[in-house]
Design a protein around this ligand. Sequence first.
Ligand code: 3H9
Length: 708
Amino acid sequence: MSDLVQLTTDNGIAIITINNPPVNALSPGVPEGIYEVIENIDKDGSVKVAVLIGGGRTFVAGADIKELGKMASGKGQRGEGMLPMLLRIEDCRKPIVMAIHGTAFGGGLELAMAGHYRVAVAGAQVGQPEVKLGIIPGAGGTQRLPRLAGVAAAVEMCVEGKPISADQALKLGIIDRLIEGDLLTGALAFAREVAGKPALKTRERHEKLGTAEQNAPIFVAACDTARKKQRGLTAPLAAIEAIEAAVKLPFDKGCEAEQKLFAECLFSDQSKALIHVFFGEREVAKIPDIPKETPLLPIRSAAVVGAGTMGGGIAMVLANAGISVLLKEVDQAALDRGVATIQRNYASSVKRGRFTQQFVDECLKRIQPTLSFDGFPSADLVIEAVFEGMALKKEIFRELDRVCKPGAILASNTSTLSINEIASSTARPEFVIGTHFFSPANVMRLLEIVRGKATSKEVIATCMHLSKKLGKVAVLVGNCMGFVGNRMFGPYRREAQFLVEEGASIEAVDDALFGFGMAMGPLATGDLAGLDVGWRIRKEYRHLQKPGIRQPFCEDNLCELGRYGQKTGAGWYRYDDQRRPASDPEVSRLIADWVTKADIPQRNIGADEIMDRCLYALVNEGARILEEGFALRAVDIDIIYLNGYGFPAYRGGPMWYADSVGLKNVCERICEFHKQHGETWAPAPLLKKLAEQGKTFAEFNKQHTATA
Ligand code: 3H9
């Protein structure tokens, strides 16, 4: 018997324990081990009933995603162990009780559903999150779940991929009992109750399935919603099709349909990209020169300087995580405005069902508005989120250095300014760091953690660790202008504007990128963020621009006319009072006028060129950032773009996308643009080198982290 699956007995009850840390994934050897154990139990006359439980912190978090990744890339063997193992469990003549704690996800839930009974502790979660990996449940989940929970619930769980609580699972009939206290003790007691009773096979249950006709409206509605809410993703539609098969076909035929759809999804580019994203989100937490054991500084209380949109959002994020926070402004009116916005945001979260009123009341109590630095000496962490100006930031940091206790972390939410320069205004640069939240801070998952040249490892480790508690995906970046995300966003939006100046319509540019899967087109994004933000920065840094390099001008001209985007009701588009966009013929007329005066030749530009120009501008800058070491790995850039800039997850991020197109192709296209449009398109040296060597950014990653 393998070490992965252990069998013990307790007064005629067999206890099967899965021990495959950290999450008991169904890696090779686990299904086979369970199969063998069940065979023994079935034969053993002294055993009346069995309990299957996960060792360590969880039941089973699913199939081994590493193995799936290998299979998806054609490098692994298709594991045949799962399906026979599940049938073997279901056919066992002794009842098998699945005892769930932690998570029963994906193949873990499929395993649990093949058992005859399921019990769980209250904190457990169950789910079919496969769609998030671009696949569907592939071990009978789409066939057994509707039999236990009904079609509507199964569709929701398999299509959205969100986990549900043990309590919800009990209500839906997925589990049979909630266990209070110790899980194994409760599961053994339950097993004694069901010992000797017939072992119910989930696959033979039909009472909740209904007919194809009865369920038709559920499938139609689910397809409509999936097309809108999960635009571009194929797995949600495949999951619906597989559940339809459960309703229309006998169990074994339904499983065959599921297998076919599962294989189609697994071998798709979307699945490869989403598996890359799964591991990428975990990889970014690993910093090569900062060991896991680095001591963390305690963060019990915090303070935020500035109660504007960013400061208020950051205060909410901290309060949501149970951290008390002082919120400082310079005058009462600004403070009141900030607090009112926080209250409004919380009220809308309650209305949308995201938070309960009780939770919100507790959070509001944790946020203490103030006009002075009086309470600051007790704060473990201070985040400055004031207007983007170096002189002001330095003045604040001088003051923070004076009032804060030794060992307090002093963070700036700057999106562009040098952390080294900000740190130089303090006597403790090792405690100064950048925490670049994205707007709205209480919603966006991304957090760029900016490492200054003196920032200590403890401070970095603490901020990376804290970000998880805050529900954020943190990516460590170096201290360059615009850091990683905004530095790349510049060339991306620059190309969008050039395209408009060369004859593409505003709508054509945005539609092409939206069609690619971006949450919004680049020009509409500018309107949302406020065109004046970039305009002001450009004005401040104009003296640094190299002469003779083409610069876009339409956006600056729009700003000169007071068209700042959504907030002024007009930018590239026109907006009504609900902020709904409409094309604005006035802008098209203005642009036609400006480009005629600038003597820019006009031509028809297709969607392919629009996408290549914008996306390869991202990639080219990303390659420079990577080579200069401001991002640790290409995957770090991908995770930044997926979580902060609306890049479609199923394309894996800009660097993964470039790898999938082939760096040789990308580089050739960039060289064409270089010839046509001049110096801004000089190919990044790293891109050129990898293209010549026939390598990918991912391969550069591996080499880089191996030597780091
Ligand atoms: C599936 O089941 C398909 C089926 O239908 C069958 C088809 C035939 N595999 O997230 P954490 C690693 S598809 C391999 O940091 P947490 C993870 O990479 C699967 N590895 O911990 C990390 O490694 P490292 C459906 C996995 O406590 C370590 O475990 N299931 C797997 O924040 C700790 O993970 C899912 O999609 C896995 N399945 O969260 C569930 N899961 O330390 C995916 C985790 O080297 N997993 N690892 O970086 C999760 O959602 C979270 O990991 C979980 C724990 C909630 C379980």
